[in-house]
Design a protein around this ligand. Structure first.
Ligand code: PMP
Ligand code: GLN
Length: 382
């Protein structure tokens, strides 16, 4: 070996593995989370328009001013709170980059970071690349709510950061006002920052509201709120997102961001700046996905799986521990190869790969594909 691995325990992400397996076996891909349908035509036309107008060179490092201003307006409309477009809003290349840059901005070697598990697979490797130490706290089963006693007990003198994800991937849990208050009380008197991954901010069900951490006065001062247009406008491949943080945090964040990507593709920024002016474009998303969640859950009732309908995100979990002890990775592979439906085993979202016998299905697919997939899932034999 010519180099010593910085991430010796990390392999290729499960999303790449399962999507490849789905393609190899022509399975319906309910594994990696991306919409199985195109973005709105109006948005696509705007990108072409701006490419033809010549908006094809580097965008300003922090994002084009018009998009930052429109993000400011969108956030104010949704939460009543106004970030400064010049010094507190940064356009980034997807929430992945926002989270990478935010962790890198904050973490010094030996700093501890609270990670609530199961956790999206990006967080821990980035914490480790920075020399940080992840401290794991498990979420409550089966609803993936937060056990605040456990979180409080995990905080030490060395804790510098806590990772939050609401609505939660893979659990679907949506934070409540009490969760915000508990975290607010925890960070208030401590030198402790928060990264809040809110990429599913516009996908909540059954009348639940998404409560951004920015709506809490204490948290707002200490949080990098990371969002993505990918989930909201069905354009996960564009990798455009934004990071909201108070001025001093944003100044440090931009020092890192400028050397990670420098800037984010220009025509997409112009197109999104025009498109997000109409709030309907994102305010209708929860209804759109609730129909899909309901269709999927209705079909699941005719299977042997146990499940609780997701509160948010576009993922539905199912458990099968009452039927079999087959490892979840084995079952996910078997379903892909033998039944033609790919899904994600959620043991990958735990640092010790603990197997709770739970699978994750993405329901951001056409109704036709969901119906076909359900027929296949209904024939599963344990
Ligand atoms: N956080 C979570 C919880 C996600 O599910 C994803 C994947 N879509 C991301 C971050 C990354 O978002 P983006 O594609 O905008 O980089
Ligand atoms: N966020 C998506 C998921 O959870 C995957 C994104 C990716 O493949 N990096 O499935």
């Amino acid at each position: 070996m010519l180099i010593e691995s910085k991430l010796p325990d990390v392999g290729t992400t499960i999303f790449t593995i399962m999507s490849k397996m789905a393609a190899d076996h022509q399975a319906i891909n309910l594994s990696q989370g991306y919409p199985g349908f195109n973005a709105p035509q109006g948005l696509l036309d705007l990108v072409t328009k701006h490419m033809n107008l010549g908006n094809n060179q580097y965008a300003p490092m922090s994002g084009i001013p018009l998009l930052r201003e429109r993000i400011r307006e969108k956030v104010r409309l949704e939460t009543g709170f106004s970030y400064d477009a010049e010094s507190e809003i940064t356009v980034v290349s997807g929430a992945t980059e926002a989270i990478y840059s935010a962790i890198t901005t904050v973490i010094q070697p030996d700093d501890e970071v609270i990670v609530l598990e199961p956790a999206y697979d990006l967080y821990v490797p980035v914490i480790k690349l920075c020399g940080g130490i992840p401290v794991f706290v498990s979420l409550n089963m089966p609803d993936f709510s937060v056990d605040w006693e456990k979180v409080n007990a995990a905080v030490t003198e060395k804790t510098r950061l806590i990772m939050v994800n609401t609505p939660h991937n893979p659990g679907g849990y949506v934070w409540t006002q009490d969760d915000l208050n508990q975290l607010g009380a925890l960070v208030e008197s401590r030198n402790l920052l928060v990264i809040s991954d809110e990429v599913y901010e516009h996908i909540t069900f059954d009348g639940r509201a998404h409560l951004s951490l920015m709506t809490h006065p204490v948290l707002r001062e200490k949080t990098f709120v990371c969002c993505s247009f990918g989930k909201t406008f069905h354009v996960t491949g564009w990798k455009v997102g934004y990071c909201l943080a108070p001025k001093e945090l944003t100044a440090e964040f931009r020092k890192v961001h400028q050397f990670v990507t420098f800037s984010t593709p220009t025509p997409f920024q112009f197109a999104l700046a025009e498109y997000i002016q109409d709030p309907k474009a994102y305010q209708t998303l929860s209804d759109f996905y609730q129909k899909k969640r309901d269709l999927f859950c209705q079909g699941l009732k005719s299977t042997q799986f146990e499940f609780t309908p997701a509160q948010g995100s576009f993922f539905q979990l199912v458990s099968y521990g009452h039927l079999s002890q087959e490892p979840d990775l084995e079952l996910a592979k078997r379903m892909t190869i033998d039944y033609g439906v790919a899904c994600i085993p959620i043991s990958v979202f735990f640092h010790d790969k603990k197997d709770h016998h739970i699978l994750r299905f993405c329901f951001a697919k056409s109704d036709e594909d969901l119906t076909k997939a359900l027929n296949k899932i209904q024939s599963l034999v344990f």
